[in-house]
Design a protein around this ligand. Structure first.
Ligand code: PAF
Length: 283
């Protein structure tokens, strides 16, 4: 596997390829990322990953400075997974000047849930993803990029950006990878203390219980069920932002009275101690 740090070297290495398969990451890789890389390998003629902790998507009170940077271990894991090329730009390479041209995904989809609790998050994500796409795919007839479903809303925001900007890039959503107890793998799990780690699976348990209750419920009962699910976590010491049942296609509230008939997803975000965890399950 080649490791490159500049856009020029990346493009040089990609010369002659027709369909890169790309997995953008912020590093501190876990089996979820590795599964995406293995999936990507089957989809393009060269497999590229990037590691870049993107300041633009962190609010000032968030964990940009403490976000784990583990480039050597990550590079080894990527190589073992069959990745061909790793793009690991320094901040000055990707943002040589303050990034004043940004992608503002102005839609309800990007303002709700994560967009509501992390204002500016999807502006930062969309901007860096478009810029990384430009680094990897410029001049290519087509490409494919893989994102994990754990960040369900992020996948939809990126899919919509690609559609609306007519980028010739197919977006693939990889299944969430889970630890033996069910906890969704996330780079932020490494922040959890031993007791918090044992407790962390309760988010998934609460999402499953909410999904189960929603299936037999009517639309009007949803707010009550969601509030009860949040209370269950709050009683255990969590600080939930949301636990909610939404339409898979646009994450808006379900419309049809018969909840069981709509393709739905149950999404949740909650803080356990200092760590904010998110997860979701399709029902
Ligand atoms: O999901 C992530 O790790 C990041 O949001 C991404 C897509 C790499 C953009 O920085």
């Amino acid at each position: 596997m080649q490791i490159v740090h500049t856009i020029a070297d990346l493009r040089e290495q990609l010369r002659g390829f027709q369909r890169p398969a790309f997995v953008p990451t912020m590093g501190n890789l876990h089996d979820g990322h590795i599964a995406l890389v293995k999936q990507a390998r089957t989809l393009g003629d060269v497999t590229v990953s990037s590691i870049f902790v993107n300041r633009l998507q962190f609010a000032p009170n968030e964990d940009f400075d403490s976000y784990p940077r583990t480039l050597d271990a990550d590079a080894q894991r990527l190589e073992a997974a069959g990745c061909n090329l790793l793009f690991a730009p320094r901040e000055k390479e990707l943002y040589p000047q303050p990034q004043t041209y940004k992608v503002h995904p102005a839609s309800e989809l990007s303002d709700i849930l994560e967009g509501h609790f992390r204002p500016g998050f999807f502006i930062g994500v969309s901007t860096v993803v478009l810029k990384l796409f430009s680094c990897v795919f410029a001049g290519m007839p087509e490409g494919v990029a893989a994102f994990g479903k754990k960040d369900y809303q992020q996948v939809l925001v990126v899919q919509r950006m690609v559609q609306q900007l007519a980028l010739p890039i197919e977006i693939i959503a990889g299944e969430t990878q889970r630890a033996a107890d069910g906890l969704a793998l996330s780079s932020r799990n490494s922040y959890l203390s031993t007791t918090e780690r044992a407790e962390a699976v309760q988010l998934l348990i609460a999402l499953k219980a909410l999904g189960q209750a929603a299936k037999g419920a009517r639309l009007a009962q949803l707010p009550e069920l969601e509030a009860a699910a949040m209370q269950t976590l709050a009683r255990r010491g969590w600080k939930p932002d949301y636990l909610t049942v939404r339409r898979r296609s646009d994450l808006l509230l379900p419309q049809s009275e018969a909840l069981a008939s709509d393709p739905l997803v149950v999404l949740g975000a909650a803080k356990l101690g200092m760590t904010r965890l998110i997860d979701n399950i399709e029902i």
